[in-house]
Design a protein around this ligand. Structure first.
Ligand SMILES: N[C@@H](CCC(=O)N[C@@H](CS)C(=O)NCC(=O)O)C(=O)O
Length: 218
């Protein structure tokens, strides 16, 4: 399998972490949707990442569809989503909040990266930040230990860690260990696993994006 997209893309990172946790071999093609559009288009006609090319050359897009497919490749007891019942409902709830927080962060980043400062829409930025705070509060309040669903790591942890770790780089004044101690501890715990530590966004990529230190306090 070939995974298209850089770790800078949280949704691509979500898929990469999943492949690694499930011990599924893959080739990583870290093409950037904005900077290497033609390379991405060869796999993904909408120039969107992540895209996963299967060994029979079919391509899946959308991280939720991809991680669902990947789970189907391994035995039930290794899957990262519970198969049914209240545990599955809980997992879907938490994954939903993780994805929604990351979605708002991506919009917030677009304001910072793509719009000149004089044209940024402050009410949009504030709204995205407040929505993220509400979503991360739900994840912060999830009571299980050591992972969000209890004993085993799941897709809920992957998306919560990807979203919170990225948010704390872009908006550290709001998303930090003082305000969200449980999520910060979850990030630290996840970073003990190679699947997470080996998929950190490239520092050069982060610097080139102009996102580090770009938050304008709105
Ligand atoms: N819901 C999609 C979101 C994918 C997404 O937003 N990808 C971004 C990078 S993180 C992208 O490729 N943006 C370019 C575009 O959509 O035009 C998923 O989960 O895969």
């Amino acid at each position: 399998m070939k995974l298209v997209g850089p770790w800078f893309s949280g949704y691509t990172r979500r898929v990469g972490i999943t492949l690694k946790l499930l011990k599924l071999p893959f080739e990583h093609l870290p093409y950037h949707a904005y900077r290497e559009a033609e390379r991405v288009r060869a796999f993904s006609p909408m120039v969107r990442v992540p895209a996963l090319q299967l060994d029979d050359a079919q391509v899946l897009i959308d991280s939720s569809a991809i991680v669902d497919y990947l789970d189907s490749l391994v035995p039930l007891d290794q899957r990262l989503m519970p198969a049914s019942g209240p545990e599955r409902v809980r997992a879907l709830q938490l994954v939903g909040y993780g994805c929604a927080c990351y979605d708002k962060l991506a919009r917030y980043c677009d304001e910072l990266m793509l719009r000149p400062e004089a044209h940024r829409l402050a009410h949009l930025q504030t709204g995205y930040r407040e929505q993220m705070e509400s979503g991360f509060r739900v994840l912060e309040a999830a009571q299980a230990d050591p992972w969000l669903l209890g004993a085993r790591i799941s897709q809920a942890d992957i998306m919560a860690v990807v979203a919170f770790q990225s948010a704390s780089v872009v908006i550290p004044r709001t998303f930090n260990s003082a305000s969200f101690p449980r999520l910060a501890a979850l990030v630290d715990q996840a970073m003990q696993l190679t699947a997470f530590s080996s998929t950190l966004p490239d520092l050069a990529d982060l610097q080139a994006s102009g996102l580090i230190g770009a938050d304008n306090g709105v």
